[in-house]
Design a protein around this ligand. Structure first.
Ligand SMILES: Nc1ncnc2c1ncn2[C@@H]1O[C@H](COP(=O)(O)OP(=O)(O)OP(=O)(O)O)[C@@H](O)[C@H]1O
Ligand SMILES: [Mg+2]
Length: 275
């Protein structure tokens, strides 16, 4: 089956968003398909998180439509979006540092067993399911569901959150800067997991400032500049330099280069010292 010909799972059609007098998003058109990663790029304040908040039911569009499987939908709240299979993982994984891995995996959906007249949380079962789900994603260092989430590394927490979303049947996974605070090794764990989610047929929307991370997982890229989609292209259609330039708003990088060159010329070819 050709992914490009299928109906997008999730799409925005001519979406605008204003907060009072502030027009934040202008005529946004985006699509994401099963088994595909859409990278949403753009500088600080470009409107990336606002797009995500519309797609995850936190805000509603001022005008325009959101489509799920080709049909218009309205999300009254985040729960409505997540009930329809749209899982959003926020920067620190939306997890609870003082909970165990098993507990946090099942927040809101605890497996229970009967104990006389009572229903009790089935800790063993929860731990086994959570640990298996995370290990199935290749994070084999996690083997004890009684460990506290707070003791996991940033990458492991992200992985746990993603594994949880997939386990509970998410079809669309939205990741708002999941690799922003991570070192090289941890970020590569998360990128691997994103690729695994894609292989399992999820549609993924991945926000990042790091072009390298985007290029490692993206099939499709959209660059937001001041609330509008300034470029929309597929893997291989632009070079790393072109993407970096677009993200910085083009002229900014050219200006910086000219400044450094000018400085070097005036300092006998020496570039400025970096502190
Ligand atoms: N609730 C709000 N009320 C008013 N303005 C808002 C609101 N939410 C966002 N904005 C404005 O919308 C613009 C886009 O913000 P947004 O958070 O979507 O940017 P972003 O691309 O995610 O930036 P960053 O990379 O820094 O996370 C900003 O100018 C921001 O101040
Ligand atoms: Mg943001």
């Amino acid at each position: 089956m050709s992914a490009t010909k299928s109906t997008p799972i999730l799409a925005m059609r001519g979406v605008n968003k204003s907060f009072g007098p502030h027009d934040v998003l202008h005529d946004i058109n985006l699509e994401v398909r099963a088994g595909e990663v859409l990278c949403l790029l753009g500088d600080n304040g470009a409107g990336k998180s606002t797009v995500i908040r519309l797609l995850s039911g936190v805000h509603r569009p001022t005008s325009g439509t959101i489509e799920l499987d080709g049909k218009p939908v309205g999300f009254d709240n985040p729960r409505a979006a997540s009930d329809l299979g749209i899982a959003t993982v926020h920067q620190f994984g939306g997890t609870f540092p003082l909970m165990t891995i098993g507990r946090s995996f099942f927040v809101g959906a605890e497996p229970t067993r009967r104990w006389g007249p009572f229903k009790v949380f089935d800790r063993k079962k929860a731990n086994a399911i959570a640990v298996k789900a995370v290990r199935d994603f290749g994070i084999t260092r996690i083997d004890d569901g009684d460990r506290l989430v707070g003791g996991l590394s940033g990458g492991e927490r992200q992985s746990l959150a993603i594994a949880r979303a997939v386990h509970f049947g998410a079809r669309v996974l939205i990741l708002d800067e999941p690799t922003a605070a991570l070192g090289v090794k941890q970020a590569s764990h998360v990128l691997r997991i994103v690729n695994e989610a894609k292989r399992r047929g999820l549609a993924v929307i991945f926000i990042t400032h790091q072009v390298t991370h985007a290029m490692a997982v993206g099939d499709h890229f959209a660059v937001l500049i001041r609330g509008a989609v300034a470029a929309d292209f597929r893997k291989g259609q632009k070079t790393r330099e072109e993407i970096t330039d677009l993200m910085a708003g083009g002229e900014a990088m050219a200006e910086l280069e000219a400044m450094i060159e000018g400085y070097a010329a005036s300092q006998d070819g020496h570039a400025p010292q970096v502190a």
